[in-house]
Design a protein around this ligand. Structure first.
Ligand code: SF4
Length: 223
């Protein structure tokens, strides 16, 4: 991407951004673009959907290390899995991008907006939308809804995939040799991905083994 095209501008009147991050691969290039654009921001890591805890810690540590490298403040929010299971109860067999994902996005955005309100941020966004496996409209709906109770906070519905964002996300992930997650995150997406793999004669997911440097052409159902 042309260097000039990478520059971002915050929406008019906004100057304190809280960026919800789901993982290092999705946030890597977004973080770099924000830095290049001299935009001040903090990272908010709130993802109690990720299961099991081993995978949660792998994703979080990778994200912390990248933030440290660039001195970006990293807010490590709680891993309240009990609440996540409670809000998704009854939706265990929903497909990805369905009702369970609505609740999962709502939960993460609401917490982000509440934190932003308590700590004086006037804008929130999320790295969730950069993944081509996700429904960007579904994410933007949850983001917009989360800030509606707060008159002074907006949701920045920027499309991170545009202007080569998807490709740059991969480039940064390979350069940084990020840990590569192979399913969306929750126990149900893990189950469904493994079921798909078994049907297609592929081995089940093993945690902590795959890194972007080893990326091969084998198709992966997620991420
Ligand atoms: S598939 Fe992904 S977005 Fe949907 S509920 Fe599971 S972790 Fe959340």
């Amino acid at each position: 991407m042309n260097k000039q095209n990478r520059l971002l501008e915050l929406p008019e009147g906004k100057n304190r951004l809280l960026l919800h991050s789901c993982c290092a691969p999705c946030s890597g290039d977004i973080i770099l673009r924000l830095i290049e654009s001299s935009i001040k921001f903090q990272i908010f890591f709130y993802n109690p959907n990720i299961h099991p805890k081993k995978e949660y810690l792998l994703r979080k540590e990778e994200n912390i290390n990248f933030a440290k490298k660039y001195n970006i403040p990293f807010i490590d929010a709680e891993y309240d899995t009990k609440n996540w299971f409670k809000i998704t109860e009854g939706m265990e067999w929903e497909p990805e991008r369905g009702l369970r994902c609505d609740s999962c996005f709502d939960m993460r955005f609401i917490k982000t907006a509440e934190y932003a309100y308590k700590h004086g941020f006037d804008l929130i966004s999320s790295t969730l939308g950069i993944s081509r496996w996700k429904d960007i409209d579904q994410i933007n709906r949850a983001g917009t809804k989360s800030t509606s109770p707060f008159s002074n906070i907006d949701y920045w519905s920027i499309n991170w995939r545009k202007q080569g964002g998807s490709q740059e996300m991969l480039n940064v992930s390979k350069n940084e040799r990020f840990y590569m997650q192979e399913y969306c995150g929750c126990v149900y997406s893990l189950r469904d991905t493994n079921n798909w793999r078994m049907k297609n004669n592929k081995p089940k997911i093993e945690f902590g083994l795959k890194f972007y440097e080893n990326l091969n052409k084998e198709t992966s159902k997620d991420k």
